[in-house]
Design a protein. Structure first.
Length: 146
């Protein structure tokens, strides 16, 4: 991955949820460039242009990040902490998409700078609709800083 444009960075370890998310976005023609990362350690490499992402331009961030909280290696809370506390990455919109309804996770996520918190619907159609709406808002309606 050299300096390929990434519209949506999906950080999700569950292959089924990742596939459903990508399918819902593509079905609705919302994003062409979706990059899926299955664990938190690789996600941090992506954000801070290290490891296999060392040639990626840090000044070319994704338009939105969809972040699961329960990840192997480094969890979503730690990713939020690191990304939102770094001047180079803190304005990247991060949407937490997780199965956790724990109030402490919601509060922690917002305190660390999450831009939105969505609990994954169990119903397939509701899940697909949520992803479509999320993509429409963050890619088409939201006005990011230049």
């Amino acid at each position: 991955m050299e300096n390929k444009i990434v519209d949506i960075l999906l950080i999700e370890d569950n292959p089924n949820d990742a596939e459903l998310t990508v399918r819902a976005l593509k079905k609705n023609n919302i994003a062409n460039a979706i990059h899926v990362i299955p664990d938190g350690a690789e996600a941090l490499e992506f954000f801070f242009t290290e490891g296999k992402y060392k040639h990626r331009d840090i000044n070319n961030p994704p338009k939105v990040v969809i972040l699961d909280l329960k990840l192997p290696k480094v969890d979503g809370i730690e990713i939020l902490k690191k990304v939102k506390s770094d001047e180079r990455t803190k304005v990247i919109p991060i949407v937490v998409l997780t199965s956790s309804k724990e109030e402490s996770d919601v509060v922690k996520s917002y305190r660390l700078g999450a831009n939105s918190y969505i609990v994954k619907p169990v119903d397939f159609q509701k899940f697909a609709d949520s992803i479509r709406d999320l993509g429409l808002y963050w890619l088409l309606l939201n006005e990011p800083p230049k």
